[in-house]
Design a binder for this molecule. Structure first.
Ligand code: FAD
Ligand code: NAI
Length: 324
């Protein structure tokens, strides 16, 4: 059996690795240069910044077992930050017992590890699927075709899934219903460490949702690099605000939230995620049109967390293999 997986985020990589383990030949396609999708890191002369997934937790037993294996492989490490909560009352220490994990030395170490020796067609944006006699052809934006593949799994964010699944209207309509929310992520490198005792904080006032000292994560550079994430509501209201203005506004919000004067800035960048997270959790697991040999998965089919995306990819593989 030959399968094409479109999307090398954790959902697509999870689907592909489960199929690969079952002896299926899988080809993976992604429009980016590498794997990981929203688990991405920005590399700069001042060191790296995790501008997508910040960390992940593990609740489902199957995911917990996978996490244990990934730790043994050295792809991920437990991260134990000094956690705070910031609201109108100020800063409160908010440590808990929740195990949290990060890819090491960067988030994508996990997707790279899972990819192993499976073939990846990177920098290849798939524009359409074409029916052929013996399966599906993938057509990229340069009109190059790949395949035929007997089965196709689309593992892209919901809005990007819709045009790829025109041949399966039930799946395309479901993807259309899945609303995804935006988010801004600002990378800010300071010339000196901040005069605070915290590594990360859940923010519950103003435009910020989360602030994190990237250098507190294992394997990262020691530079005073911080990542600031906006709430989805603030991002919706500032979708077209120029990136440099967003960056400055979120840095100002950081100074206000921490109640300190910030050191000079060496590096500043804002990244807009149009499809940062699904607006709601959902119980689809994965979507399937087995008569057409088409499947869809991603965080929007389960929950807007790395675990949800991995479980969704696993489910797509299991349905395809007839295990569900
Ligand atoms: P993606 O990672 O989006 O993968 C989809 C892939 O498809 C991408 O690589 C993309 O390039 C590719 N693609 C799209 N269209 C095409 C096409 N036409 N052709 C080829 N390739 C295509 N989760 C947590 O658990 N903890 C967190 O702390 C956390 N923080 C987050 C912070 C931010 C800023 C964001 C944006 C997300 C965060 N998440 C977090 C959510 C988590 O990152 C996602 O749930 C998860 O990574 C989604 O994986 P996915 O494979 O479903 O999608
Ligand atoms: P988790 O269990 O650590 O956090 C879940 C939520 O519970 C947090 O967002 C926070 O509101 C609250 N919380 C947890 N621990 C807390 C503590 N010690 N003190 C105060 N509040 C606490 O992680 P989970 O469920 O795995 O979620 C992952 C994270 O990913 C969440 O923070 C979520 O908001 C974030 N996320 C961010 C996205 C973005 O675009 N910025 C997209 C998707 C997820």
């Amino acid at each position: 059996m030959s399968v094409a997986v479109i999307g090398a985020g954790i959902a697509g990589i999870s689907a592909a690795s489960h199929l690969h383990e079952a002896g299926v030949s899988v080809h993976i396609f992604d429009k980016s240069r590498g794997t990981g999708g929203r688990m991405s890191s920005k590399r700069t002369e001042q060191g790296e910044f995790d501008i997508g997934t910040q960390y992940f937790t593990a609740r489902h037993s199957a995911f917990r077992a996978a996490v244990e294996y990934w730790q043994e492989q050295g792809w991920i490490t437990r991260w134990q930050p000094r956690l705070y909560r910031i609201d109108e009352q100020g800063l409160q220490r908010s440590d808990d017992d929740q195990p949290r994990y990060v890819g090491t030395p960067r988030m994508t170490a996990l997707s790279r590890g899972l990819l192993g020796d499976m073939p990846l067609h990177s920098a290849t944006r798939i524009a359409a699927l074409q029916r052929a006699e013996s399966g599906w052809l993938l057509v990229d934006t340069k009109a190059q075709t790949y395949g035929p593949y007997q089965q196709v799994i689309v593992a892209t964010p919901a809005p990007q899934t819709v045009p790829l699944l025109e041949a399966a209207p039930a799946l395309a309509n479901a993807a259309k219903q899945a609303q995804m929310e935006p988010g801004w992520a600002v990378s800010v490198g300071f010339e000196a460490p901040l005069a605070v005792e915290l590594d990360a904080a859940f923010v519950r006032c103003g435009p910020l949702d989360w602030v994190c000292a990237n250098h507190s994560k294992p394997g990262r550079s020691e530079a005073a690099n911080w990542v600031l994430q906006s709430t989805p509501a603030w991002a919706s209201d500032h979708l077209d605000t120029p990136a440099h203005e967003v960056a400055q506004q979120l840095v100002d919000a950081l100074a206000q939230a921490l109640g300190i004067a910030l050191p000079a800035i060496r590096f500043l960048h804002a990244h807009r995620w149009l499809y940062a997270r699904p607006a709601d959790d959902c119980e689809w697991g994965a979507l399937a049109a087995p008569d057409l040999n088409l499947y869809a998965c991603g965080d929007w089919c389960q929950s807007g967390r790395l675990e949800g995306a991995w479980l969704s990819g696993r489910e797509a593989a299991q349905v395809l293999l007839g295990k569900r």
